[in-house]
Design a protein around this ligand. Sequence first.
Ligand code: ASP
Ligand code: MG
Length: 425
Amino acid sequence: MKVFKFGGASVKDAEAVKNVATILKQYPDQNIVVVLSAMGKTTNALERLTNAYFFSEENKTTETENATTILEEIKKYHFDIIEQLFTDKGHPIYNEINNAFVELDWAIEESPTHSYDHEYDQIVSIGEIVSTKIVNAYLNQAGIKSKWQDVRDFIQTDNTYRQGNVDWELTQRLSQALATSEGITVTQGFIGGTSENYTTTLGREGSDYTAAIIAFTSNAESVTIWKDVPGVLNADPKWFAETKKIEHLSYHDAIELAYYGATVIHPKTIKPLQNKKIPLYVKSFLNPKEAGTIINEDQSSLPLPCFIFKVDQVLISISPKDFSFIVEENFSAIYKLFAEKQVKINMMQNSAISFSVCIDNDAHKLPDLIKTLQKEYRVLYNENLELITIRYYDQATIDRVTMDKKVLLEVKSRYTVQLVAQNND
Ligand code: ASP
Ligand code: MG
């Protein structure tokens, strides 16, 4: 069995959905589990909806977006696509998708009863439910026999909402039917279910991870992630004009790149595949015949430096209030706090009297984190920074990327350098 993952961009409009069918037609008589994300930017829109729903009561003074209006936008976006895909207005998909949105409409009429993260997962997961229903119906209409499968029936997580931890044993047991299912099965990325039948999500961009979980538990022969880029590139074309495709990557390098923030693959994706030596292909859904990138256990270092660029970074410097040395007890307390607040440290460094960490600027977490740190420590911080990671660096590359930038912090290891920098302009 093969696992194919199609992200939001590959199902962002009717043309894209048709293209998915064209790709699948090139794999006749194969057993393929198709893992799908929500269409286009639906997850972002559902995030906005959740915020409007959850915070509108608390924040009466500020101008918040109206949850119902956002829902109407999301609904319209999906129905525009449906109308282009299904000319028969009597097709059952119209009713099915309408019902899914009506349920959401009812849900947001009631006041929230659970935590933000819990409510978030129940709402945001709708994106994947509707995208899989639409694509599955379209495939069948296009003559590709496929069945729809609710991923929550087999991917089970604990109840850490927005960051569900997979119960591997249970998931393995529940996945048996999927592992032997024939033909094409369409299922949702990004989401899982709890023992109390609530929905969890696996973290933003988590559909790649879903593909890896399914491949692991069903002993798939390979995973293919279909993207709008030709494969894994040595830099994100969003930030760099000249990028090169990497033909082969070792699992190890892929893990390192993903860990440092290369957005091409979700960081949790590689480990399950590596454990079972399942190869991962990253291919272009625009040029499906092209080779793309293969990620497997063959060790070979990358032929060129790879760049990972993160914007909107904050550098926090933490020191004891009495200017004493920063010691192990401090580290332990500081790390514990970051873990509790679920703030990921992108880079860190310490000196005798201070500890510096670079993190994403998350408006939901940062103010609270700083306030808590300030109870015990002197805290300075700098916003609007960039974090540049270069794997397989050399000095010429460092000089080139830091031109016109002020470097505030630099950490080097044998293969990787990380720089926190401020734009001079
Ligand atoms: N739809 C989810 C997101 O946008 C999951 C994914 O695309 O992988 O984060
Ligand atoms: Mg996505």
